[in-house]
Design a protein around this ligand. Structure first.
Ligand SMILES: Cc1cc2nc3c(=O)[nH]c(=O)nc-3n(C[C@H](O)[C@H](O)[C@H](O)COP(=O)(O)OP(=O)(O)OC[C@H]3O[C@@H](n4cnc5c(N)ncnc54)[C@H](O)[C@@H]3O)c2cc1C
Length: 315
């Protein structure tokens, strides 16, 4: 390990909508923020082509282009955007303490405040045809992409509350929704199961798994199989929504910051404060409820304001 040590006022970890918005606010407040982008520069939105619901883009925009706009805006006010992965943290428990963070297992950053915006990663099935068609009809976000499939037939994969929520949401805009459940029961709450059962254009297929997503460049159907009988069938659909959960990117904070049972960081009340002074969290890493770019950006703004107030009170 090299001994390079750098002291800064404000470190931002992650370059999704939360990170860049925090950067815009922190830079304008003269906190001279340094951002480490992580491996996915621009965050989750760089995996989608069309973003239609972010305010300020009346004609919609491309996810990668939008994140480039956010980066340019953050850099315009002096954010130092660097490519690198935070591999270890040693946060102080004292008010005014110095937080030590390791970048790429070599460089050490010492920061008076840290804003964590490491997001979450959608889980996929992992089969080749599914991976190939992400963005071509395979999505992990019905709220984001459902609109593009209005009036069409789609499948949703999953058995929990999120899958039930996504399936009933899609049933409002799509012609028919087929919910594929791997086991012979759903994990969703009774209330959500009831809502699924009441939705007329929503069919549930139990013991059913996807063998292959069909289509060259866009989804044209799925071949599914019954995991009890082995019987296969093709369902003609244009959209596949995978709703089997998300994993918050919080492994490096385990045992350091308070998190819930699924690994999401816990923030205090309506603030972005974590359990440690001077450490804040924004975006999907602390939000399993809304998971939208605009809500991530909103909490990114809050985190920068919280950091600014924290540092101001120390002076
Ligand atoms: C396919 C898809 C389509 C979507 N479409 C829409 C849409 O149309 N509209 C909408 O509002 N939302 C959409 N979303 C949801 C939206 O992308 C997320 O809500 C939003 O990106 C969350 O922003 P974030 O800043 O919290 O984190 P993310 O975008 O998840 O970014 C996390 C960042 O943290 C970085 N990182 C992680 N670990 C480390 C580390 N150890 N060190 C340094 N950096 C790290 C990553 O590299 C990344 O830059 C979509 C999501 C997906 C998957």
């Amino acid at each position: 390990m090299s001994n390079t040590i750098e002291r800064i006022k404000c470190l931002i970890i992650g370059s999704g909508p939360a990170g860049y918005t925090a950067a815009i606010y922190a830079a304008r407040a003269d906190l001279k923020p340094v951002m480490y982008t992580g491996m996915q520069m621009g965050g989750q939105l760089t995996t989608t082509t069309e973003v239609d619901n972010f305010p300020g883009y009346p004609k919609g925009t491309d996810g990668t282009a939008m994140m480039e706009d956010l980066k340019n805006q953050a850099e315009r006010f002096g954010t130092d955007v660097r490519f690198g992965l935070i591999t270890n943290v040693d946060f102080s428990k004292e008010v005014g303490g110095i937080h030590k963070v390791t970048v790429d297992e070599s460089k050490i950053i010492e920061a008076n405040s840290v804003i964590i915006c490491t997001g979450a990663t959608a889980k996929y099935l992992g089969i080749e045809s599914e991976q190939r068609l992400i963005g071509g009809g395979v999505s992990a976000c019905a709220t984001c992409d459902g609109f593009f499939y209005r009036g069409q037939d789609v499948v949703v994969v999953g058995a929990g509350d999120t899958a039930a929520e996504e399936a009933t949401y899609l049933a409002n805009i799509c012609k028919k929704v087929t919910l594929l459940v791997r086991k012979d029961y759903m994990r969703a709450s009774k209330a959500m199961q009831h809502r699924v059962a009441k939705t007329k254009n929503l069919e549930v297929k139990f013991n059913t798994e996807i063998e292959e997503v069909l289509g060259e460049n866009v989804v044209e159907g799925v071949r599914v199989f019954n995991n009890i009988t082995g019987v296969k069938e093709v369902i003609d659909i244009t959209g596949v929504f995978i709703a089997i959960g998300h994993k918050p990117n919080t492994d490096i904070f385990k045992g350091v910051l308070d998190m819930d049972e699924t690994g999401y960081l816990i923030t205090k009340g309506k603030s972005t404060k974590t359990n440690l002074p001077g450490v804040f969290a924004a975006g999907d890493v602390q939000d399993k409820e809304y998971r939208q770019a605009v809500t991530a950006a909103g909490t990114g703004c809050m985190a920068a304001l919280d950091a600014e107030r924290y540092l101001g009170a120390l002076d």
